[in-house]
Design a binder for this molecule. Structure first.
Ligand SMILES: C[C@](O)(C(=O)O)[C@H](CC(=O)O)C(=O)O
Length: 518
């Protein structure tokens, strides 16, 4: 039987050398801000004997450099989402990066489309990243071949695009268990991604039209999710970047109360009342609106956090004493009750179980302070932060990013302009909208994306063309598409002056094979 041709002493020596290489790597400038909860020995013990290099590392280092250059200049990247290599090749002319949206993948890259629910197969987004990255490499190879068919003088006058724009991808919530997140991470690294983001949402709980907020997971589970991803990146020895996305801004529920760091934000009934679920079941049985019954219960129950419950029954002096005793550290609910008993004369009624909803979730009162606490807690595991917001509230944008940088001065951020942002409703003037990208860049928001343009802008383009083509046919195509396209500069590719569609490259391969030189 073939055995590994090496003595146990050599094995031991190789293993210890691997540990030292990992420890040295972790001291490198790009890794130094990270703090792992596991040792280099544990990582070495999870590696195979085949240590590989990944293109993901090259693309991550390119992105890391780009983001820090933007930060130093107070500028920012603007890109948008696509799942199509042809669109990606055109984005490369004006943006330095590319984004792969989970929402878009769920509507255009799955056998069974869906809403932005991350209910698609876990390997969907990494496969789209790989498709786009392969497309980028082919465009780069094709362009290089075409250029080198020309003299230096001719090349000096030709367009040359950097098609190898780092790809940032949506890892959603890591798709379930920790080993699912490990596998997702492995595929992302192997796909050539530069960075991916993981959020703190509970899987499968998003609601879109009922007015209910998102469900998040306890901070400890969010940390584990990110540790799983960081560990797999370390096992692969990759430079791939990890973004901690925090989705609590639009949340209303949390799956459980195991982490005392969340207790400050959990809401409960502050008067004795029938449980919410019991009331909703009765309303449903009576054919009444469950949403109205829910709204009424929230009002009747005096739904509040524990601190708000204390404030309702304490006088000013008592509440000040209560808050002073709490201090700034994490105080679990049972300790909050003890402090309330010691500082407030009246009894405090607070029951978070009465408010639990059908899936067992607890009500959660989000705020910027909670967003900052979460983002800071996971910063040692992540390279950048994304505080996701369902609507643009400038005060909140400022409070979050400035609050984060007051604690981590060099933190970099991502930001997503989702398609349904209503700026007027959010109190933005036209001037504010025009300047928000630049103003956010001053706070370290160096990468800004419109994730789902393809589900909005592309629909407009296709709608317009489909109507024209159906009604006016080829004559309109020649006048409104073909002629303008061929006249454009830089050439929008497709046909005409460049080798965009690969004709020259294909012939170049053929000619090399049959060794015929032009
Ligand atoms: C970025 C996002 O995660 C996505 O899937 O593209 C979505 C986009 C959107 O809802 O517009 C999100 O922001 O949650």
């Amino acid at each position: 039987m073939p055995r590994v041709a090496r003595s146990v002493d050599e094995e031991e020596e190789a293993f210890n050398a691997c540990i030292q290489r990992i420890e040295e790597w972790w001291r490198s400038p790009k890794q130094a801000h990270l703090k792992r909860p596991y040792t280099a020995a544990r990582v070495a013990g999870l590696r195979s004997n085949l240590e590989q290099k990944y293109a993901s590392s090259d693309m991550a280092e390119k992105l890391w450099k780009q983001m820090h250059e933007h930060d130093a200049k107070g500028t920012h990247e603007m890109t948008f989402g696509t799942t199509d290599p042809i669109i990606a090749s055109q984005i490369a002319k004006y943006s330095q990066t590319l984004y792969v949206s989970g929402s878009l993948c769920n509507s255009s890259e799955t056998y069974e489309p869906g809403a932005d629910h991350a209910d698609y197969p876990w390997d969907t987004v990494p496969k789209v990243v790989e498709k786009l990255f392969r497309g980028q490499q082919w465009q780069d190879q094709r362009q290089r071949h075409y250029r080198m068919l020309h003299s230096k003088e001719e090349r000096a006058k030709m367009d040359e695009w950097d098609y190898l724009t780092p790809i940032i991808a949506d890892g959603d919530m890591g798709f379930g268990g920790l080993t699912s997140t490990v596998k997702l991470t492995k595929l992302f690294v192997e796909s050539g991604v530069a960075m991916f983001h993981l959020d703190d949402l509970a899987i499968g709980c998003k609601k879109f039209t009922t007015g209910e907020g998102r469900t998040v997971i306890p901070l400890s589970e969010y940390e584990d999710r990110l540790i799983a991803a960081r560990l797999q990146i370390d096992i692969m020895g990759a430079e791939t970047l990890l973004c901690g996305r925090c989705d609590i801004d639009d949340s209303e529920y949390i799956t459980n109360v195991t982490d005392p760091r969340d207790h400050e934000y959990i809401q409960g009934a502050t008067v004795p009342i029938e449980s919410l679920e019991k009331v909703l079941r009765a309303a449903s049985a009576a054919g009444k609106s469950v949403l109205s019954a829910r709204k009424q219960w929230i009002s009747d129950s005096g739904l509040s956090t524990f601190d708000e419950a204390v404030q309702k029954v304490a006088n000013e002096t008592e509440f000040a004493a209560y808050k002073a005793k709490l201090g700034e550290q994490t105080v679990p609910i049972e300790q909050r009750r003890v402090i309330a008993e010691a500082t407030v004369s009246k009894p405090v009624f607070f029951d978070w179980d009465l408010a639990r909803i059908r899936g067992g979730q607890y009500f959660y009162k989000t705020c910027v302070k909670a967003m900052i606490e979460r983002a800071v807690a996971v910063a040692p595991l992540t390279d950048v932060t994304w505080g996701r917001m369902d609507a643009p509230k400038w005060e909140k944008i400022e409070k979050f990013h400035q609050g984060m940088r007051a604690i981590i001065p060099d933190r970099l951020f991502l930001f997503g302009y989702t398609g349904q942002y209503d700026y007027a409703k959010a109190g933005f003037t036209e001037e504010m909208v025009k300047n928000m990208g630049v103003e956010m860049a001053k706070m370290g928001v160096v990468w800004q994306v419109q994730p789902v343009w393809a589900a909005q802008g592309m629909n407009m383009v296709v709608d317009e063309f489909a109507k024209m083509w159906a009604e006016e046919g080829i004559a309109a195509y020649v006048e409104k598409v073909q002629k303008p396209a061929l006249a454009m500069s830089p050439n929008p590719d497709g046909f005409g002056k460049t080798s965009y569609r690969g004709a020259h490259f294909a012939d170049g391969l053929y000619d090399a094979i049959v060794s015929r030189d032009y």
